[in-house]
Ligand binder design. Structure first.
Ligand SMILES: [Zn+2]
Length: 352
């Protein structure tokens, strides 16, 4: 028998909507968390600090607040152990880096972690892992799914569109990732967790079915956020990133090594998803339609991606995770992907 049962953590606080920031105090109070350590991005503290702290005071929540300026693993460990023993939770507000740092501190100190993203550029705000820097190398370390996720759709809508596009790219990659995961199992080289696969599949399907007129609409952002949260849960259930990370993610991770300044994770992943979907012959048109109607494609076309960088990344993709067996782990398929990259008329709009 492969495994007997799952023991997983799921968030107790899931709040998303316009001005959700004004409900932080209420939500913490509801969970009897009243002595918190608050971490901000420096810029976010300037913009939202007073509003958040007033809200906490209104609910008699004691807090100490700090900013985080590093994601260096050893600095984060030091910071984690300087958190007072009587703290009952860690709350972080900001972008991916700060959420990862605070998530890891909470994991080390076994404290509930409340994640409050100010952009939804990837599924990291709800995932059970953190991306930190160890010996100058970006490294994924295990952590726990947040105890709470609070997303203020007004704040997200005010962030530049590229962050929303990036979230879309990271979500649609579930389609190619699930294909890879099942392929791996069919070759006897992996084990699909059916429930995690179902959640991952549902989270992207429900997003595809959503009628919307603008990506800034609260219901659109709400749906994107919910789906990205489900990605985090799927990863927690399966104990791996496989439900939402396949060969398209390997291309993006390889690209991070190839280019000097990587683009937003979900933008790279979104383009790679379109390429891999063609190699897999898997929902190509659906993926393209979504990328087009949301404005992702237009945005990606303005970034001057270089074909030679992507070609190199495709070659490097299997070496990123040699133990996996995705479609790109086979040389013939890498050749196919490179040919698509150079000949697909739509990809010609993206690459210079
Ligand atoms: Zn991702």
């Amino acid at each position: 028998m492969k495994s007997i049962s799952h023991r997983i953590s799921i968030p107790s606080i899931l709040e998303s909507g316009p001005n959700a920031l004004d409900r932080i105090g209420y939500l913490l109070n509801r969970e009897e968390l009243d002595n918190i350590v608050l971490f901000y991005d420096k810029d976010i503290k300037k913009i939202l600090g007073d509003r958040i702290e007033k809200n906490l005071k209104d609910f008699y929540i004691t807090f100490i607040s700090n900013t985080i300026e590093t994601i260096d693993y050893f600095s984060i460990i030091q910071m984690a152990y300087s958190i007072p023993d009587n703290a009952d939770s860690i709350v972080a507000i900001g972008g991916g880096r700060i959420l990862d740092a605070a998530k890891y501190m909470a994991f080390l100190r076994r404290l509930p972690f409340i994640s409050i993203p100010t952009s939804t550029s990837n599924d990291g705000f709800s995932s059970p892992v953190a991306s930190l820097v160890i010996n100058e190398k970006r490294t994924t370390v295990p952590a726990k799914v947040p105890y709470g996720v609070i997303v203020d759709t007004t704040v997200i809508a005010n962030a530049p569109n590229c962050f929303i596009f990036s979230g879309i790219g990271d979500l649609i990659s579930n389609i190619t990732a699930l294909w890879d995961w099942r392929y791996e199992e069919s070759k006897g080289k992996g084990h699909v967790d059916d429930f995690a696969a179902m959640i991952s599949s549902k989270s992207v399907d429900s997003f595809f079915c959503l009628p919307f007129s603008s990506i800034k609409e609260p219901k659109f952002i709400h749906s994107l956020v919910d789906s990205l949260i489900m990605n985090g849960i799927a990863m927690e259930i399966s104990g791996s990133s496989a439900p939402s990370s396949g060969s398209e993610h390997l291309i993006s991770h390889a690209l991070d090594k190839v280019v000097q300044k990587p683009y937003l994770h979900g933008i790279q992943v979104g383009i790679a998803t379109y390429i891999v979907s063609q190699v897999q012959n898997n929902k190509v048109q659906d993926i393209l339609n979504l990328l087009k109607i949301t404005g992702f494609w237009n945005y990606a076309s303005s970034l001057n991606f270089k074909a030679k960088d992507f070609l190199k990344a495709i070659d490097l993709a299997p070496s990123i995770k040699p133990k996996r067996y995705t479609i790109l782990h086979i040389e013939e398929n890498r050749k196919k992907a490179k040919k698509i990259l150079l000949t697909d008329p739509l990809l010609k709009q993206i690459f210079t």
